[in-house]
Design a protein. Structure first.
Length: 153
């Protein structure tokens, strides 16, 4: 078993035994099956555009906060060029996706399952909310893969 898999298992042990019941209650009973940040419904087929704007099956475009838009947002210039360079000249496109609600820990501590610390978020909002945490933990994973020791506080 490699070091990344050991870290993944150690992280899973931090969750309570009844995590699936807690998660279901937050996502479907409290939030009613929609993202608490952007109002995307669970299981819906959506079209995702720039800056997390989206359109549901009705074709109505909404911004990252769920407010109505006349159409998709334009791609920011710096993002557009970075994408084009990274993907060999391909321009960013609107892409279809299926919304999956996830339960997010707002303080990033899996042991803290208080209702005010949990939010029902779609995969896009969850990734955007956790970006700093993912960068930090990704850096540690990279260091561990290279075999370097990481000092923990």
């Amino acid at each position: 078993m490699d070091i990344v898999e050991r870290r993944r298992r150690a992280q899973k042990r931090k969750y309570p035994g009844n995590w699936s019941l807690i998660s279901d209650r937050i996502r479907f009973m409290r939030a009613g099956g929609v993202c608490e940040f952007c109002a995307k419904p669970h299981g819906a087929k959506v079209t995702v555009g720039a800056e997390n704007c989206w359109a549901g099956e009705d074709g109505q475009w909404r911004d990252r906060n769920g407010k109505r838009l006349p159409g998709p947002l334009p791609w920011p210039r710096d993002y557009w060029w970075k994408y084009v360079i990274r993907h060999g000249g391909k321009i960013p496109q609107l892409r279809p996706a299926v919304v999956i609600l996830q339960t997010a820990h707002l303080d990033h501590d899996p042991a803290n399952c208080a209702d005010e610390n949990l939010a029902a978020l779609c995969q896009f909002c969850h990734a955007e909310y956790d970006v700093q945490q993912r960068l930090w933990s990704g850096g540690i994973t990279f260091d561990l893969k290279r075999g370097q020791k990481v000092l923990w506080k």
